[in-house]
Design a protein around this ligand. Sequence first.
Ligand code: ATP
Ligand code: MG
Length: 299
Amino acid sequence: MFVRQTESAALFEDTAVVVEEELGPTGRPTREVPEPAPLPSHGPAKIIAMCNQKGGVGKTTSTINLGASLAEFGRRVLLVDLDPQGALSAGLGVAHHDLELTVHNLLVEPRVAIDDVLMRTRVEGLDLLPSNIDLSAAEIQLVTEVGREQTLGRVLHPVLDRYDYVLIDCQPSLGLLTVNALACADSVIIPMECEYFSLRGLALLNDTVEKVHDRLNPRLELAGIVVTMFDSRTLHAREVMARVVEVFGDLVYDTVINRTVRFPETSVAGEPITTWAPKSTGAEAYRALAREVIHRSGR
Ligand SMILES: Nc1ncnc2c1ncn2[C@@H]1O[C@H](COP(=O)(O)OP(=O)(O)OP(=O)(O)O)[C@@H](O)[C@H]1O
Ligand SMILES: [Mg+2]
């Protein structure tokens, strides 16, 4: 953590008392976020697309662990695996190559109902719509459909009343599947790694979010940017962080996810870090992010 001497320190110069203000990893003073209150009833769900066309920035890891943390706070959460790589499903211990029905069937076969595809996970309150490589055909199959961008929104609609949050794990592209996620989402969370080339990608993503907002989904807004795999020891990461905060201001969550080997471990274990290593700093970080998300969305 960085520490900055506040101006008030100057006032106390005579008495040699130095008041120090604690700054969080984003370089801003840390803010208190209240503990989420229990919900008296559930739904309708806020749909959040976890989106960044850059690969390997922590989208899937954040979807799993934010989802599991929201569930720990008593929220009902549905995770949607919208990446043909199926990493979200695998990360939750689902043998995704053997699945009979997946999001792919749901998107291209009108007779398949969402409840036929829905799965419980080992985490109470956390459900999953799984995917596997079959989904890679959907982009092409959907191209000729009328209302092709709204397909995901249509199929999710029947279950929205059961959940408080639907988190969609997008693939690293801005193709038709990702546009489907943005077209039905209330908001977008962008996980990003603090490196120079991430900044250029953010501008392109911002353009896409704006276009979808103007042409397809006026509800859509940018909920926030979560910095992942942060290493405060490197000057480069700190410089990129400062720039992101300068450009995006309060959209950047105070919670920052540090780089730690515990996350790759959880992918192998097939469970969220919140159950695999509940007391780890990684688990605590995603709980803190969940508190911010709940506080900002008012649910
Ligand atoms: N905070 C972290 N510290 C260290 N490793 C991490 C962290 N977060 C994620 N990882 C690891 O980095 C890799 C990429 O993460 P993840 O799969 O979540 O990214 P992604 O954006 O979903 O990737 P893709 O674009 O391929 O879908 C994984 O091996 C994951 O375990
Ligand atoms: Mg992923």
